[in-house]
Design a protein around this ligand. Structure first.
Ligand SMILES: Cc1cc2nc3c(=O)[nH]c(=O)nc-3n(C[C@H](O)[C@H](O)[C@H](O)COP(=O)(O)OP(=O)(O)OC[C@H]3O[C@@H](n4cnc5c(N)ncnc54)[C@H](O)[C@@H]3O)c2cc1C
Length: 169
């Protein structure tokens, strides 16, 4: 159970709470500084990095963040150009896990976890002669989670086949 009385200034207590929520919590300076920037010119140093391996850990992390009033940012490929994937709070890495891809109905639909890169998804669709709508130039590194959150586009998809059109309409 999470402790409801949390002194936010007490860093070791904060770490303990987040470690109870997720097995992989990193707070060594080398880990934190390695991930403190995305592809933009912004630099924010996260207090903690969490690398959840399943949805239960994500859920527990969000509950812990709410209790400790810790701001949360998800980070996946980290290719954002305007600082979308940086924070001075808790950075949740959804790139290391969450990479499952399952094609269905002879490639007519595909079920994709958010850490899968656009390239990995298109590689699976290739045998069916199909391709995702959004075609960002960063497709080798950017992931479905980041593509949807950023409404990514590309040189050929324009706005008729961008992320909002493809995934949300
Ligand atoms: C060389 C280069 C070329 C690029 N070309 C294009 C282009 O042609 N078109 C284009 O639109 N953009 C382009 N971009 C920008 C960028 O690559 C895209 O916006 C990309 O979709 C970001 O994906 P990402 O996985 O790197 O996300 P990140 O940068 O890691 O995150 C992006 C946003 O998504 C959120 N997020 C990530 N994962 C999740 C999740 N699982 N759940 C909820 N939220 C999540 C983050 O919090 C953040 O707000 C380019 C960038 C570079 C560096």
């Amino acid at each position: 159970m999470l402790d409801t009385k949390v002194k936010v200034s007490d860093n070791s207590e904060i770490v303990r709470i987040f470690k109870a929520a997720c097995k992989s919590i990193k707070n060594r300076p080398i880990d934190i500084h390695a991930i403190s920037h995305d592809a933009s010119h912004y630099l924010l140093t996260p207090k903690l990095i969490a690398v959840p391996s399943n949805i239960n850990e994500v859920s527990s992390l969000l509950a812990a963040a709410t209790k400790t009033k810790m701001p949360v940012t998800f980070r996946s490929g980290g290719t954002s150009l305007s600082g979308q994937a940086v924070t001075d709070g808790l950075l949740i890495d959804t790139r290391s896990s969450f990479r499952k891809i399952v094609t269905k109905d002879v490639g007519q639909s595909i079920s994709v976890e958010p850490g899968s890169t656009v390239r990995a998804v298109n590689s699976r669709l290739l045998r069916f002669g199909r391709i995702l709508g959004p075609d960002p130039a960063s497709e080798i590194a950017c992931t479905i989670g980041g593509v949807i959150a950023n409404n990514s586009s590309g040189i050929t998809c324009g706005i008729h086949a961008n992320s909002y059109k493809l995934f949300l309409l």
